[in-house]
Design a protein around this ligand. Structure first.
Ligand code: 13P
Length: 253
């Protein structure tokens, strides 16, 4: 069985004390289930507290929201994939829309970061998604495929198969306006076709949806066969709403 992924991107929220407390509360109130896993992406300064709070739970993991592609050196302020791994991360987000649109990260840079993340033995979660004007102009597919091509450049098929893709339409992030399950699934199919051409025969990519996922819409989104999980921002910041999301039933699976 492929486990559904429930990923929490806390962005720049929760210092070490709040992060550790939140993970401890969530894990105390949620018993491990074979059909799902949780990944917490705290701010890097709170990673240690989250790793400690995981206390070896096999259904939960931690990651960083961003890495620089160089492993070490004179890059003041940056963090690297090997350091994240040493600190207990097993995942790294790459190419989140806030990195792309607020910090000017390019497709080529996301590619370097994915390769660095894989080289450090971490699992990359590559985020892709179109702006509202790109969707309105009918360019969603073109934009998403360009981001995939750049983000997964230089990888062989086996390495590509280790990447989880998160489709996050920029217009849905933090707006309260989620993509409809059908619209999300349509873009997932496009991503899945591209990945099928670039991964070993028989491998099934895991593709998540993100953008205003909430306790109210999680069931309808996760009812779509195409969605292998969700990447959640705002609704992952509090135990109550996060627990309601990770408890979402997925009938038939
Ligand atoms: P929201 O769930 O707050 O819309 O954020 C989505 C997101 O950017 C997760 O990476």
């Amino acid at each position: 069985m492929t486990r559904a992924i429930f990923a929490a991107n806390w962005k720049l929220n929760h210092g070490p004390a709040a992060a550790g407390a939140l993970v401890r509360e969530v894990l105390a109130r949620f018993q491990p289930r074979a059909d799902r896993e949780q990944i917490f992406f705290p701010p890097a300064l709170s990673l240690g507290a989250v790793v400690e709070a995981l206390a070896g739970r096999r259904d939960a993991a931690a990651g960083v929201q961003h890495v620089y592609w160089e492993p070490k050196g004179a890059f003041t302020g940056e963090i690297s994939a090997p350091l994240a791994a040493e600190a207990g991360a097993t995942w790294a987000l790459v190419g989140h829309s806030e990195r792309r649109h607020k910090f000017g990260e390019t497709d080529e840079e996301t590619g370097r970061k994915v390769r660095a993340v894989l080289a450090a033995g971490l699992a990359p979660m590559l985020c892709v998604g179109e702006l509202l004007e790109e969707r309105r102009a009918g360019r969603t597919e073109e934009v998403v495929l360009r981001q995939l091509t750049g983000g997964l450049a230089g990888l062989d098929a086996a390495a590509t198969a280790r990447v989880v893709v998160a489709y996050e339409p920029v217009w849905a992030i933090g707006t309260g306006v989620n993509a409809t399950p059908a619209d999300a699934a349509a873009v997932h199919r496009t991503i899945r076709r591209w990945l099928a051409d670039h991964t070993p025969p028989g491998s099934r990519a895991r593709i998540l949806y993100g953008g205003s996922v909430s306790p109210e819409n999680a069931a309808a989104l996760l009812a779509e066969e195409e969605l292998d999980g969700v990447l959640v921002g705002g609704a992952s910041l509090k135990a109550e709403s996060w627990l309601r999301i990770i408890e979402t039933a997925r009938p038939g699976r």
